[in-house]
Design a protein around this ligand. Structure first.
Ligand SMILES: CC(C)(COP(=O)(O)OP(=O)(O)OC[C@H]1O[C@@H](n2cnc3c(N)ncnc32)[C@H](O)[C@@H]1OP(=O)(O)O)[C@@H](O)C(=O)NCCC(=O)NCCS
Length: 295
């Protein structure tokens, strides 16, 4: 059956996120989550749609991709199609040929966890492996232990401290007015967009009331795995248990949103992140490398 690839219109993004919801399964591979689209939507819903690629069979999505940067395609594949050789070959053709508008020539990566047929196709075409990732999950059947942090859901005036903590953790350096303005604008774009009703941004304060931790959680609907993206502890405040405490808060909020489990994927090269999630009761699955075309 013929498989086609398309770039969706902005109006299609929500229904594609809902399709991705249905592909999130406890015990399944941790692949592209609707929360990844939501987090990307800081750039606006038009930019999100432009960065998406959808593979259709008989008009129905069987794979959804997000171009996360110039050289990385992150994929979600319908669970029944994970071993589908025809789909794998179609995706492999799409990513091999720069003229198809998916990936450029040269060094590029595809994140497609659990997509064994696609991995076999790309490896067969000379691809190798790239950065290793550690998928982690925590079952949410039982209530989550209380967090020692004071945690607030972010809106209004809290967007600025949330952005500052995030910037401190991931970038560091001076939080200039220009950076503040850009980050607050991006958060507001995300929050005003059509994907944010599935999310909560959280700000954690220490005993003195100082903002020390920032995170966001994303639901894929009731009874499905939710996602933590991102998690951040202010530089200078790391190593004091705030990361573990914020992770517990994230898990608890996801449980309140109806998630069956909390999931996250950490770079294997980020031992602090892996240790933090493990410390908050997450179980690590074996490392999974991206697929990479080295030239
Ligand atoms: C990852 C991060 C959130 C951890 O926050 P933190 O406040 O430093 O973590 P905690 O102090 O709560 O530590 C939690 C556990 O991780 C361990 N840990 C912390 N840093 C570690 C490191 N560099 N190497 C190994 N273990 C480490 C702690 O010993 C602790 O273990 P324990 O509870 O079993 O004693 C923080 O380092 C950060 O913001 N990093 C930059 C952003 C980032 O990488 N986010 C995660 C992306 S997936």
């Amino acid at each position: 059956m013929r498989i086609t690839m398309t770039t969706p219109a902005p109006d299609d993004v929500v229904s594609l996120a809902e399709t991705l919801d249905g592909w999130q399964l406890d015990g399944g591979p941790l692949q592209l989550h609707p929360g990844d689209l939501g987090w990307f939507s800081m750039r606006g819903i038009e930019a999100t749609a432009s960065a998406m690629r959808v593979w259709l069979r008989e008009g129905r999505p069987v794979a959804i991709g997000l171009l996360d940067g110039d050289d990385l395609l992150r994929l979600g594949i319908a669970p029944p199609a994970l071993d589908d050789g025809e789909l794998a070959a179609a995706i492999a053709r799409s990513v091999a040929d720069p003229s198809r508008g998916v990936l450029p020539a040269g060094v590029v990566s595809v994140e497609a966890r659990g997509a064994d047929a696609l991995a076999a196709c790309l490896i067969g075409a000379g691809w190798g492996t790239g950065d290793p990732w550690v998928p982690l999950h925590r079952d949410l059947s039982d209530p989550v232990e209380a967090t020692p942090l004071r945690v607030e859901v972010v809106e209004g005036d809290l967007v600025e401290p949330w952005s500052e903590v995030h910037f401190s953790a991931f970038r560091g350096g001076e939080f200039t007015d220009a950076v503040r303005g850009r980050m607050v604008h991006n958060w507001q774009t995300m929050a005003a967009g059509p994907l944010y009703d599935r999310a909560r941004s959280l700000l954690g304060r220490d005993e003195a009331g100082t903002p020390v931790a920032a995170a966001a959680v994303w639901s894929a609907g009731h009874g499905r795995p939710g996602l933590i993206e991102p998690l951040a502890v202010r530089r200078g405040q790391q190593g004091k248990g705030f990361g573990r405490a914020m992770t517990l808060a994230c898990a608890s909020v996801l449980r309140d949103l109806g998630a069956s489990s909390a999931t996250v994927c950490a770079e294997a090269s980020n031992p602090a992140a892996v240790a933090t999630y493990a410390s908050a009761g997450f179980t690590a699955a074996p490392e999974v490398p991206d697929l990479r075309r080295h030239a």
